[in-house]
Write a protein that binds this ligand. Structure first.
Ligand SMILES: [Zn+2]
Length: 79
């Protein structure tokens, strides 16, 4: 089990996600972002805008994801 925060995953707060795989982690962060989006949370809205800018370039998005996955791999495992 590893821990990453919303901020570490391109979000806007210190909410923590706990997951065993990077895919799971990304999925949790996506769900959290959607919840905050529905609440109209301003910091998350602007963070999501930035991510959408990034997604316009598949290359940049891929590089970003690979970077985050590396970050995830380097995190210490905990139970
Ligand atoms: Zn957040």
């Amino acid at each position: 089990m590893k821990t990453m925060t919303c901020k570490q995953l391109g979000g806007a707060c210190d909410f923590e996600f706990h997951a065993d795989t990077f895919e799971e982690m990304a999925e949790m962060s996506r769900k959290h972002a959607m919840e905050m989006f529905q609440k109209g949370d301003e910091p998350h809205l602007s963070a999501m805008n930035k991510m959408q800018e990034l997604m316009k370039s598949p290359e940049a998005m891929k590089a970003w994801l690979e970077n985050k996955k590396k970050e995830f791999d380097l995190l210490p495992d905990h139970k």
